[in-house]
Ligand binder design. Structure first.
Ligand code: NAP
Length: 324
């Protein structure tokens, strides 16, 4: 694979630093690596494969000569800087929600809609809780998806360093209530319709990634006092009758999924085992007896890895494969 010049915006953050980790693990073909963050972190040193690199100030940085630019510094930063990186010729892989629903910008989970990845411009990395549900729903797509009901149990690292600080240091600076020994049915801000921004993201992004713009989807998203690893209970109604064993086989053999489903031996996915892993874990697969063709799934993944950094690096690697 051709070596390329890479920039990571937000390199000091949770997602940015994990992008660097995943790139190193996957032997990403880097020619030159540029690390960027705010003025606060400019001048700090970060290690990449044994080399110490100095973090630059995004506000003063140029993207000339950059082939791939990962953005992981929030929506406002992406709004202000991602277009100039794309104009300079980089393929921008954006972790924020800024461009996800823009009609001309693809939203990609590589093992589901990798063909949507463009050669240049901006490609959006989906919301963390949505990403982990895409391979399982894609595996069930041959039966016809009729309706999806999500209930989530999301780790505090989904809020970045701020969320981890509230849990680890028993603070109440980021969340509106204590997160220790508590559960908050509130992720992102409330909208006029009573849903939160996170719930809207899960609904809209699911439809866009699966290319099913009319799919009925609803969601309740909840923050739990777990450091890493989101869990989603997905209730899925299908158009067609299914054989449960065949459906389970489809899940087990789909790219990116690890099936962990052996209730007799207490085998089911949990955040503690998903942490640090790149796959999506699925268990508790069972028929929904309340409808004709329904199934319940329990889906767990590391929100910072598959839910953000790993998916972003997979998009980049797929784009590079095409450029060969
Ligand atoms: P984080 O840990 O708080 O890191 C934020 C990063 O943005 C830091 O590197 C910070 O640099 C940088 N930054 C802040 N203000 C900046 C500015 N004015 N100019 C340049 N850089 C600036 O947050 P995170 O969790 O990594 O999230 C990053 C992005 O990924 C967000 O858009 C988030 O929504 C998205 N995301 C996060 C997750 C997750 O599970 N955490 C999952 C999916 C998507 P300094 O060190 O200089 O402050």
């Amino acid at each position: 694979m051709k070596k390329v010049n890479v920039a990571v915006v937000g390199a000091t953050g949770l997602v940015g630093s994990t992008i660097l980790k995943v790139m190193a693990e996957r032997d990403f073909p880097v020619a030159e690596l540029t690390l960027l963050a705010s003025e606060r972190s400019a001048g700090h040193q970060l290690a990449y494969r044994g080399d110490m690199l100095t973090v630059g100030n995004l506000a003063e940085a140029s993207f000339d000569g950059i082939d791939i630019a990962f953005f992981a510094a929030g929506s406002g930063i992406s709004r202000d800087h991602a277009p100039r990186a794309a104009q300079a010729g980089a393929l921008v892989i954006d972790n924020s929600s800024m461009f996800r629903m823009a009609p001309d910008i693809p939203l990609v989970v590589p093992e589901v809609n990798g063909d949507d990845i463009p050669e240049k411009g901006i490609v959006a990395n989906p919301n963390c809780s949505t990403i982990q549900c895409m391979a399982p729903l894609h595996a069930l797509k041959p039966y016809g998806l009729k309706r999806v009901v999500y209930s989530t149990y999301q780790a505090v690292s989904g809020s970045g360093m701020k969320g981890l600080r509230d849990l680890d240091e028993h603070k109440q600076e980021f969340y509106p209530y204590p997160i220790q020994a508590n559960v908050l049915p509130h992720i992102d801000s409330f909208r006029e319709d009573g849903y939160t921004g996170e719930e809207h993201k899960m609904i809209n992004e699911t439809r866009k990634i699966l290319h099913l713009p009319e799919l009925p989807v609803t969601a309740t998203t909840v923050r739990v006092p777990v450091r890493f690893g989101h869990c989603v209970s997905a209730n899925v109604e299908l158009e067609n009758a299914f054989d449960l064993k065949e459906l389970v086989d489809r899940l087990a053999t789909h790219e990116g999924i690890v099936l962990m489903d052996d209730p007799a031996h207490n085998v089911y996915p949990m955040p503690t085992m998903a942490e640090g892993r790149d796959e999506v874990f699925v268990g508790r697969v069972r028929r929904d007896m309340s409808v004709n063709n329904g199934v319940n799934l329990w889906i767990v993944a590391d929100n910072v890895r598959k839910g953000a950094a790993t998916n972003a690096v997979q998009i980049a690697l797929k784009a590079l494969e095409r450029m060969k």
